[in-house]
Design a protein around this ligand. Sequence first.
Ligand code: ADP
Length: 512
Amino acid sequence: EEERRVLDDIEHQFHLDEDVLIRITKQFLDDMHLGLGEYNHPLAMIPTFVTGVPNGTETGTYLALDLGGTNLRVCEVTLLGNHEFTIKQQKYKVSEALKTGEASVLFDYLADSVDAFLTEQSSVGSPISPSRDILNPFDSISTPTVPLGLTFSFPVEQTALNSGTILTWTKGFAAKNAVGHDAVRLLQDAFDRKHLHVRCVALVNDTVGTLLSRAYNAGSCLLGSIFGTGTNGAYVDKVENVSKLGDNLVRKEGGLMIINTEWGAFNNTRTVLPTTPFDNKVDRESINPRYQAFEKFISGMYLGEITRNILLALIDAAPKPLLFNGRASTVLNTHYGLDTAVMSEVEDAWESNREAEIKTNGQPDWQNSHFTDVEALGPQDLARLERIRGIVVQRLLLDPEDVSLRDAATVRWAASLVANRAARLSGTAVAAVLVQTGHAKLGGGTLEPEKNIIIGVDGSLIQHYPNFQTRLRMSLRALVGEPVEKRVEIDLAKDGSGAGAALCALQAVKQG
Ligand code: ADP
């Protein structure tokens, strides 16, 4: 049947078998080495100058500012010293105009938000004493300065804990006169313009924050990674492996350093990922064509858009439309109109109460993402499809007349193809870090770690997308073997960007 052939063809394009996963992971490791060896490599492998990981006994109160997600956040974090912290926070909107206007206006807005937070929210008020047992090195004559960690979730070439040059914007930001400038300087200048007694002492990537926060809770952590609007990871490597640091003092001292991989840029130039026409369309129509190639296969900002492109292709299929009677909707016709959260809802409806069936039928459906023939379905699956049909009509604003049960099955199938590929590719990034740090061998093998490997994660995708972690683990298992995969503990890092920035500010104050 012609229709089935079209679907099978698309399915095939999204499929990643084990050989391909291994090839991708090998390339990942290669690119990691290149990035550790030299600057200006597509896989940036940024040294963060964070040379320690907290163990949960640290104490103090710190400010954190978080830019790079959907919202801007200001936080006050109190580390309790028993693996726990309390956090007080306020979110502020970042308008499109701020994202794409002058950088100084954006950073003024950041400073204003901190000012507002200190006035309205901060319990310690200003001044905050950073920690009773640590001398504040930024004492001014009258008002002590409040130390702040800036979580800045964009690629930055860091030169010290408290300075780093912005390399490029991602995730819809494009403020002018920022790239090439020091993010800490831009923020500090804004604080100074407003005479705020706040000193930005640490620049932190959100992945580093995620790692630090998870380490504070768990006592240690190897990798912090984000699967939200974008995707990225930071891990702990030996400083001696970071050969591009040359004779830098930090390198001479040896030990460990957190490396921000900026893995979202994997595949930018040295391409290895099997790419579909739907991906090409997403890339071409994005504000950063040919950049953040890996991220465009994986993160929340893009999964809905890839799925939208598949659905449009099926609506427009010739000689006969294969979806929704050939009718689209405003949502489907809008760039980025299909939110990844809708895919979540659809897959959730399909997976609900499936445990009993998995027990009797064996393989759960999310493992293969095959198209489901409606005619072959039992009453429970038909009920699930009926719910998906409702979600599709409601979320995509379609005429109910145009949405059949078969269409509902098609949407479910498309979502699972796109999400399964994203999760399996995410597994290659995790596997590359495990191999790079000596915790695993590619292709499995003899390594049997004694201790659990702690990974901290954050982001709506990994938190809310049904089976994202399970699918990632399937890929990881194929890459490094089951014994290692079972030792990997993947847990949410609580308030990664807030607590992580505070933990980084603490380290900065300690280092003086
Ligand atoms: P950020 O990464 O910007 O800090 P999030 O982690 O909340 O913020 O990620 C936001 C992204 O996650 C958006 O692209 C959104 O489409 C997607 N998203 C939001 N809710 C869900 C959900 N329930 N399931 C899957 N993706 C979601």
